[in-house]
Ligand binder design. Structure first.
Ligand SMILES: [Zn+2]
Length: 78
């Protein structure tokens, strides 16, 4: 699971924020999806200073191609 998460982060599948609304872009067809079906928080691997990055991950369902995809909602050091 953590490996998958880092693949997502490394590929830059991050959220765009438009006027306070988070939007994720479907990697299959490019449709913007505004509301995650599910979201959760997860702590990543510690860096060289021992700080971990807490990520908030969302699962989205694309209304166009019907494929679920994940995106990173927010990142912060904890
Ligand atoms: Zn799609």
């Amino acid at each position: 699971m953590e490996n998958l998460l880092f693949i997502i982060v490394e590929h830059g599948m991050c959220f765009h924020v438009y006027g306070g609304n988070v939007m994720a872009k479907c990697p299959n067809c490019g449709t913007n999806v505004s509301k995650p079906r599910k979201k959760w928080k997860m702590a990543g691997r510690p860096d060289s200073k021992g700080k971990r990055t807490q990520l908030e991950i969302g699962i989205f369902d694309c209304p166009k191609c019907k494929k679920p995809f994940r995106a990173v909602l927010s990142k912060k050091k904890i």
